[in-house]
Design a protein around this ligand. Structure first.
Ligand SMILES: Cc1cn([C@H]2C[C@H](O)[C@@H](COP(=O)(O)OP(=O)(O)O[C@H]3O[C@H](C)C(=O)[C@H](O)[C@H]3O)O2)c(=O)[nH]c1=O
Length: 188
């Protein structure tokens, strides 16, 4: 059964005198965590300025994307916001620090807006998605409209794309995503 809630994955690193080895994706072990979607595209972004904020994004159906996110250079604060219409946890979020050092990953299912804030310069993020890029179905809500406690000094204005500056606020947004009966739970 596909997990419909954000999930933190902490892949094991096998260390030896040379360094370490880890499986960043394994169909069988990820299925044990409820991640059974079929990923069809891998993405990779680099953000140069510290406190770059990409998000909060989703793709509308029929091109909704489950995402499996990891940071391969630097550190990010990665966030998933519940935007499932009728959810008792609508507008609430979970967040995790994903770093090249900890190797942690965040699974962000369809029904959640995704975004991240870089905590260092020159951060690189890679993520698998379960639906191909469909720009006509691109959607999102403003980063500062969901009560997210972004880990940056209060006066900081993050680096945003012109597109993200113009996103609607959560209050002005009419969600296209149905609620499946599972309220948002803290990341295990
Ligand atoms: C998402 C995407 C973008 N692009 C092109 C379109 C633009 O020319 C350029 C940058 O796109 P955008 O500004 O939408 O990239 P981000 O702001 O990093 O958006 C992504 O970052 C947040 C955190 C997400 O969760 C989404 O995956 C995605 O929306 O890459 C593609 O060619 N394919 C793609 O799948």
């Amino acid at each position: 059964m596909q997990s419909t809630l954000p999930t933190l994955i902490e892949p094991r690193r096998h260390g030896d005198a040379r360094g370490w080895f880890t499986e960043v994706y394994n169909e069988a072990t990820f299925a044990e965590r409820g991640i059974t979607c079929r990923f069809v595209q891998d993405n990779h972004s680099m953000s140069a300025p510290r406190f770059t904020l990409r998000g909060l994004h989703f793709q509308r159906q029929p091109h909704g994307q489950d995402k499996l996110v990891r940071c391969i250079r630097g550190r990010i604060f990665d966030v998933a916001v519940d935007v499932r219409k009728g959810s008792p946890t609508y507008g609430q979020y979970v967040g995790a620090e994903l770093t090249a050092e900890n190797g942690h990953q965040l699974f962000v299912p369809v029904g959640f807006a995704h975004g991240f804030l870089t905590l260092e310069e020159d951060c690189e993020v890679t993520y698998k998605v379960s639906s191909l890029y469909a720009p006509d179905c691109d959607g999102g809500v403003r980063w500062d409209s969901c009560g997210i406690d972004w880990p940056m000094p209060a006066s900081t204005v993050p680096e945003l794309s012109p597109k993200d500056v113009k996103l609607p606020t959560l209050a002005d947004f009419d969600s296209p995503f149905p609620y499946d009966g599972s309220p948002l739970a803290p990341l295990a």
